[in-house]
Structure formats: C-alpha cells, structure tokens
Design a protein around this ligand. Sequence first.
Ligand SMILES: O=P(O)(O)OC[C@H]1O[C@@](CO)(OP(=O)(O)O)[C@@H](O)[C@@H]1O
Length: 429
Amino acid sequence: MSNVEDTRICVVMVGLPARGKSLIAQKVVRYLSWLSISAKAFNVGTYRRHDTPQPTADFFDTKNPEGERLRHAAAEAAVADMLKWFDNSKGVVAILDATNSVKSRRRWVNERCAANNIQTLYVESKCDDEDLIMSNILEVKTTSPDYKGQDPEVAAQDFRNRIRNYEKVYQTIDEDEKDLTYVKLINVGSQVIINQIKDYLQSRVVYYLMNLHIRPRSIWLSRHGESEFNLSGRIGGDADISPRGELYARKLPELVAESVGDDRHLTIWTSTLKRTIQTARFLAASPKGYTKLEWKALDELDSGVCDGLTYQEIEDRYPEDFRARDDDKYNYRYRGGESYRDVVIRLEPIIMELERSENIIIVTHQAVLRCIYAYYMNVPQEKSPWMEVPLHTLIKLTPKAYSTQEERFKGNIPAVSTWRGKGSSARHQ
Ligand SMILES: O=P(O)(O)OC[C@H]1O[C@@](CO)(OP(=O)(O)O)[C@@H](O)[C@@H]1O
C-alpha cells in the first residue's frame, strides 16, 4: 500500500511551440519550491541541444527520420534523468517540458512513469490569440540558444516554420485520452478544462494553474513607516508609526504615483496592525479611488513569548533560542509563535490571490515582505529571512516571461535600521 506522502507526479506539458509552456513550467517549480515541495523542470530542448545545438525548421519535420530519431533520444534522456532525480533527490513534482504533441508520445511517457510508480498530470496549453503567440515568438527568438547570434528576422521565420511542422502532426488531448489526468489551459486563464484529478497534490497544482494569467501588471511592496517599536528596537506588538513614519505615510501617494507612471487602478492590501493601516491611509484617501483590503494573513511573524522585547532582551532571557534562531532562522519557531516556514504557509492564499489579480500594493511587515519577495525573486530559504528590506522604500516588481524585474524607490526619509546580521550579538548592533 502506498502512503500519501509518497505521491510523486510528473507534470507533462503539451502544446505547440510558443504557447508559454516553459514559462508555466518555471512558475510551477518556483511556487512549489517556495512551499518546500521538491520540484524540478526537465526541458527536452536542453537535451536535444547536446546533439543538435542549432537545428533548422526541417529538423522538426516528422518526415525527417534522423530528426525524429534525435528528438526521441532527447526525450529518452530527459525522462531517464527525471526518473533518477525522483529516486536520488526525493523529488516530488517533475515537469517534463516539451511539446509532447502526439498521443503516442504521451502514452510512452505515461508507461514510463506508471512503471516507476509516478502519477502523470498532462497540462495542455492551447492558444489562438495571435498577439500572444507573436509576443511569445519574439521572446523565444530573442532568448533561445537555438537562435543565438542569428539575424532576428531569419530566426523568426525559421521558428514559424518549426511551428508549422509541429502543426502538421499536432494532436490535441481528446476523448481517446479521457483515462488520463489532464488540464487544458485555453488562452492562459480564460478557460480551463480539467479531467480525472486524483488527489490533493494534483489539485493544488491545478488550482495554481487555474489562477495564472499573463496580462501585464506590477506588484508594489512596502514596509509600514517607521513605528514607535522600531525606534525602541522592540519586535512585534501593535505600535503606532513614529513622526518619521508619518512623513513616509504622507509621501507614499507621491512615491506610488511616480513608480506607476500611468493611471492604472491599484488595490491596497495591508495587515490588520495599526502601523500598516496608518501608513496606507493617505494612499487609500487618494483621489484615484484605490480600493483597500485588510488581511490577517499579512500580519507580522508572531514572535510569541518574545513579542514586545528587544533582540538584546531576547538574547539575555532566552540565549539558547537566540542562537537556535540564528542557526536556522527559516525553521526556528518562537515559543508560542511562528517561524518563517509557518508564515509562508499562511501566505499561500495571498500568493494565489496575487496571481489572479492585476496591480496590487502591499503595505506590510519585514518578515512577511521577505517571504513574498522570496516567492517572486526565487530566493532560497537559507537566505530569505536575512534579506535587508529597508524602511521607507517602495519596491516595484514586474513579472516578465522568465524573471521578475525589480525597481526600488526611496522615500528619502530617515529611519532606524531593524536589520540584524547573522551571528552578531544584539549588544553589538
Ligand atoms: O525575523 P526578523 O529579522 O527578526 O524580523 C522580523 C521583525 O521585524 C519587525 C521589526 O523589527 O517587523 P515590523 O516591520 O513589523 O516592525 C519585528 O516586529 C519582527 O519581529
């Protein structure tokens, strides 16, 4: 009998070139890794490039036997590595990123996985929005190693021919495959068809996929203005903002306007604590009519028995805890409180809602902000709790196809630093 914890899934991407498959694969990996679910993408193109670094469109013609043979060999090599990864690295979710455009290929993957006790979840990305396809083609031809150093016009034409070769044989997932577990994403986000989802982990991946969209947008992050507790070096609590914090609150609408650049409608999210609500109040009152929401999930990391203490008081009263937190800050849970890991779990609905939404500005706390930032910027767990997130600074994140672009806008209003380096005694701050 198998255990729920033993669930292993291979997410098999399906779709013509330039349908955003790699982008979806990378997002799923980033999301699962953020949740500490071991995930990895296996891109068949990378394996194919070992033998055929820069093929022309003819290589992808199914009437070309040598091309067919090499493409199948690449898929074999990717699947073999994937199976090794499941066993050697205790992998949980692998993404097989390839076109997997015909039924026979999909059956083959299914058999290989079933023989190794791995479930399959097919994710077909279908897209008939010409603008979307064109922008993807543009992205691919400018970033793919297949076209490195080539004339962009020639590359674009070749890539269109490659797509045409795939179109000749492409088989969408249909009735014959209704025994398979699959999701069809039509024009990313506008329509989703799901079939035979079997368990919690699968439904979690599917739920994430359902919430994705690719309309352009940004996310703004800010800590609250300096608080009275920040001034006295106390953690947690529910203090008011300081006079300098108030200056930042008043400056925020201007800083936001400067960084937005147009008349987009923003939604403001704050925590339920006074320092974030006070900081966002001028923004909320702006003539632009921004909507405002308060989330308990955005409240600061709960420091339990240490709430209201300074780092020095914590070091004096709980020296072992103080050291334990430095040793493994991500996992250390305050007595009666939370760890960074706990915060990530309670932030999952926030991330899901952010994926669904367009332009959001979040005014929140140091630890919460580190966790949200880590999701977008793919920061590993050993690093994220130590990141410097200065007060009185607005961060603008703009998700792009393969990375997130970051800009910082300084309020130019002095504030204390609440950052403490690893291993340093609180006394030497
Ligand atoms: O995890 P560390 O680095 O202690 O940072 C979290 C701390 O940041 C603080 C400030 O020191 O957050 P906040 O921005 O809400 O004032 C504390 O309340 C909180 O405990």
